[in-house]
Design a protein around this ligand. Sequence first.
Ligand code: NI
Length: 383
Amino acid sequence: MVDDPLLKRLVAVRRDLHQHPELRFEERRTSKIVRAFLDDVGLPYVESAGTGVVAWTRDDDRPTVLLRADLDALPIKEISGVPWSSTIDGKMHACGHDGHTAILLGAAAVLARRKDLAGNVRFVFQPAEEGGHGALRMIEDGAWRGTRVDRAFALHNWPEIPFGTWGIRSGGVMAANDVLHVTIEGRGGHAADPHLTIDPVHVAAQFLVAVHGMKSRAIDAHEPVVISFCTMKAADATNVIPDVVKLGGTLRTLSRAARDDVPGRIRRVLDGICAAYGATGHLTVERGYPVTVNDAETAAIAARAAIALPGWTVDDTLTPSMGSEDFAYFTEQVPSAYVWMGTGDADHPHVCHQARYDFNDRALGAGVSWFVNVAEQALGTIA
Ligand code: NI
């Protein structure tokens, strides 16, 4: 399905992108390369969300699938030692988005020639997956453009999974990532006279114990929820009880229901503990990426597309990740599937976001073929 000249071209594109990583919303060179490639294979496109690009095979009212890749790199200094290492100090493609972009370009090249599909394909090259909410910007700005989209698909290379295996399952696969800010107001004073104060440090300590207890007592054991408080700001001196303590942390949830439910429970624990000591508590939740939820029927299409690849198998038993992914925004809009492509082998032992990581180019062909199979499986062909 992916002939040698195309594969060679994709390896060259991937390594070129790797040498020139660009951080979120700065993907101008990357975007230009994507557009030049699309021009070459003859697909129309629009620019969107700054550096994003949306291309399509045809744009009519027939069923339409959306295929997505991410463009951005990370602020990490690369030490992989590969000949195509980053040429930009402090920036690298440590998550393989260079590979994802090359794969979707390859799929665009193949699908541009396919006139037999009983529907349309939209290709979304989104900026700023790494914390920039680029997917949301694309949805607001151009991924749909008023046209029909029936299902959305994305893949992510996954070095923890051996090369040759896809991780595909339905339900929540990547967690929502919300940031928690807690302020506890007491009444400060001299550390030698705590009875004359309302010590917010002590209240914060009680709150931390209680909130973790709440997690194990009030939340279904089958509902994955992670609450981690990681920052604590109190007094600057060892003999001063401060007026205020501030805590910061992360809340990870794997279902939309838990995401909506847990902040209220944290707030109740905070209010109760504060009331017991005469302090006042405030909780603000800064909403990050939503839960990436795979639709069962769409995940089944993704699995059929994967099983059809010679030499590849599908594992539907993998544990969901408590990391987050902004493809989640697409999964909120239409039935979607986000899948893990196993890329780990002896030459590629390093996981994503590591300074030694490099995308496994052996996976380029399988990635392209998977997207093409997905389009076939989801749309069918004209007899
Ligand atoms: Ni990534």
